[in-house]
Design a protein. Sequence first.
Length: 295
Amino acid sequence: MSCRQKSEMLYEFSLSVFLRLWRSSLVLGGLLAASVAAEAGSRILATGGGSQIEGAGGGGLVPWAAMSSYASSDEYGGTAFITEARFDDYRLSVYGASFSAFNRFEVSVAQQRFDLTSQGAELSQNIYGLKARVFGDLIYEAWPQVALGIQHKQNKTFAIPGLFGASEDNGTDFYLSAAKIWLNGPLNRNWLGNFTLRATKANETGLVGFGGPGAKYEFMAEASLAVLLNRYLAAGAEYRQKPDHLAVGEQDWKDIFIAVFPTKSVAIVGAYVDLGKVAGVTDQQGFYASIQASF
């Protein structure tokens, strides 16, 4: 795309996100008001991250070992989020929520809708997640925080994935994540790093079904790196390796993001995302925006 086309796309995307969030303002406004009124937890600002596109606490593309919300060892909390992403030929909408307890367990639910704007069709799936901290701590222990997680996915529009060669309309991902915050690291800033190893049979995270001819579970690497520019602002990048079960092929996903944490009750994330080839269509690049309420 030319710079002009990218500028026009960013403008249209920003307007689309504003209108969609405005239509959801009654629900989201109530959640934000409730979260501001309630205690959001005692963990340090920004350590809860944002909401990942599959509902787990973390970055936009990658689940982190950190639990969602700011609930500490004797607390519980939750999040609710709305995410919109616009690409050259596709649009992704995600709605979800999570609940975490004692900085030990997290449950989440999310619904994804993937509009194939160039083909006039839609893909969708529901995702149910569970994550548990095994050992370690983000800040206060020498070991990184390590967590195990699962994401069970149910594709609701399997007719199209079936045409691509997917063999199943549901599947379960298993992942192991390790995360650590380095205080006063390079450039005298605080840094967060996360590595996730995922076992999956999902095609395009499950939106194009699961499995295929002879497909088995494959291990995929995912990573996030973020720098806290100040108490309220973070910037970073993510990488997500993708499997190749179907003839149309997949490419790894990447993003560069900025996250704003005005309070523990609100997180706002914007990103430039490169999906590469998706469902046979190449050069899918675009913009991502997410808003999360925590309580």
